[in-house]
Design a protein around this ligand. Structure first.
Ligand code: B12
Ligand code: SF4
Length: 442
């Protein structure tokens, strides 16, 4: 939608979001140019779509996180790759495409956020549960496992407030996901700007509710919380990552944010402003030993978060964790691009120090079973009723996570079957084929 916003007439644009289903591309009028974006986990599908249009002779450009982090792989499969942020380079790409002289590679680097256009929300289909908007880019924290600093840089950049308000007004949906990685930033001037943004959103009387991602310092400023609530903030997703100090140090999570902090009190302060808190944790760190799943569930319950989102430690390309695991030969699923489909953070794709494949999966199951046990869910939902927070959303959220447990177990069983065995041995391509058909027939 942002790239569409950068695209001037006479270009006519349509957006196909395959999250809504796969269209019959052969019935779609032949375009002059195809642009594709994909997360790493979606790369294989992106290549299928690219191949389809290239067969028709339509030039294909790919950009976004995967294209930037896996440039060589992507270059082999499309006509042109745009790495980095598109704002500074896309007009040039369009001009070159118009004259039939697309270059193989363009680099947009990091954009000035004054140059970010209003995203074309009008081009999306209707019926989404929520709209999406970005108000800042970049994160100074540079955690080892995360690609945000590598992609968007450590300099925290904020969009002009009038642009954000206008874009919010253009979003149809009542519920909005603010996609920023770090909603308020860390430095006083960033927090002051976040307050100004919240004031402006409240004043614009948008009648929208929104959720965002933040670091735990969001809880430290009462005025900030009051303004966020008035601006429509109803929930925050916070990465706690590990219940242990050693785990946080391993992930490079800035210790000053965590040192000496009373997590329960921080979470409560946010919740008192009628916002839900989703806590994210990672399983599979080098410090994690058997029992970590239960330990995380207990920490999350003790902190008082409304939902727990536990993920497997995953070496995403371009991260410091990737470099480290690659140099230690610990990337277990490395038949790329095929294996990218497992890089959803919901499958164990690496070799973990103290946990076998079965072991790490069991820890994940135990973590979720523990946190989403019926007595714990009821206690949390009752707490929300009592505090007059979004009890219904909390109830639905908790039950949908609980409902996913059975699906997760099935997915792990399929994953293990396709992967071969529990000793972390990687199968050859031929072995994989045999295994796969065995799985399908069973
Ligand atoms: C919002 C978000 C989500 C939302 C998406 C909601 C939505 N409606 O879009 C949700 C919650 C669903 C989600 C899910 C996941 N996410 Co996510 N997500 C993000 C987040 C925070 C913002 C993405 C965004 O909207 N950015 C705003 C736009 C404007 O930026 P952009 O996409 O980078 O586009 C710019 C450039 O890249 C470029 N560009 C992009 N595409 C193209 C295409 C062309 C042709 C051109 C020319 C240019 C171009 O131009 C744009 C303007 O400069 C990013 C972090 C980040 N900062 O990017 C993580 C991020 C993309 N997510 C990530 C991951 C891992 C996931 C999950 C796999 C994890 C999980 N289990 O939850 C799932 C995958 C879901 C799936 N379907 O497979 C990783 C991806 C890493 C990777 N290598 O793929 C990121 C980078 C975060 C991280 N920790 O590293 N995510
Ligand atoms: S995990 Fe969060 S805090 Fe760490 S670098 Fe990524 S966006 Fe920043």
């Amino acid at each position: 939608m942002v790239v569409a916003g950068l695209t001037p007439p006479p270009w006519e644009i349509s957006i196909v979001d395959e999250n809504l289903g796969t269209p019959d591309y052969s019935a779609v009028p032949r375009p002059d140019l195809v642009g594709i974006t994909a997360f790493t986990s979606q790369a294989n599908r992106a290549y299928e779509v690219a191949a389809h249009f290239r067969r028709l002779g339509v030039p294909v450009v790919m950009g976004g996180i995967h294209a930037t982090m896996c440039l060589d792989e992507v270059m082999e499969r499309v006509d042109s790759v745009v790495t980095g942020e598109a704002e500074g380079i896309w007009p040039q790409v369009l001009e070159d495409a118009r004259h039939g002289r697309l270059r193989r590679r363009y680099d947009g680097g990091l954009a000035e956020l004054n140059d970010v256009p209003l995203a074309r929300h009008d081009l999306l289909a209707t019926g989404y549960a929520c709209g999406a908007i970005q108000t800042t880019r970049g994160c100074p924290l540079n955690c080892t496992f995360c690609s945000v600093t590598a992609f968007n840089g450590a300099r925290y950049r904020q969009r002009p407030i009038p642009d954000v308000v206008r874009e919010f007004q253009a979003i149809r949906e009542k519920l909005v996901l603010v996609v920023d990685d770090n909603l308020v930033g860390l430095r006083p001037e960033h927090i002051a700007r976040a307050k100004d943004l919240f004031r402006a959103l409240a004043q614009a009387n948008l009648r929208k509710e929104w959720v965002a991602q933040a670091t735990i310092n969001f809880a430290d400023d009462e005025e900030l919380l009051t303004l966020a609530e008035k601006a429509g903030c109803r929930g925050v997703f916070i990465g706690f990552e590990s219940p242990s100090r050693e785990g946080l140090a391993e992930l490079g999570k800035k210790s000053s944010l965590f040192r000496g902090r009373d997590f329960r009190a921080s979470v409560r302060r946010i919740q008192r402003h009628h916002m839900l808190v989703v806590g994210s944790f990672i399983i599979g760190l080098d410090v994690d030993e058997p029992g970590i799943g239960k330990r995380i569930a207990e920490a999350a319950s003790q902190y008082g978060v409304d939902n727990l989102n536990a993920l497997f430690l995953t070496p995403l390309p371009g991260t410091r964790l990737w470099d480290q695991m690659k140099s230690q030969d610990r990337i277990a699923l490395d038949a790329f691009p095929e294996d990218w489909r497992y890089y959803t953070l919901t499958f164990p794709v690496a070799r973990y120090k103290h946990l076998s494949l079965d072991g790490v999966i069991q820890e994940m199951i135990s973590c979720n079973r523990n946190f989403y046990s019926m007595p714990r869910i009821l206690r949390r939902v009752w707490g929300n009723v009592w505090q007059r927070r979004k009890a219904l959303i909390s109830l639905v959220g908790n039950f949908s996570y609980r409902g996913n447990l059975r699906l997760d177990c099935r997915a792990y069983a399929d994953f293990k079957c396709q992967r071969g065995d529990s000793t972390m041995r990687i199968l050859t391509g031929a072995e994989k084929g045999v295994r796969l058909s065995a799985c399908q027939s069973s």
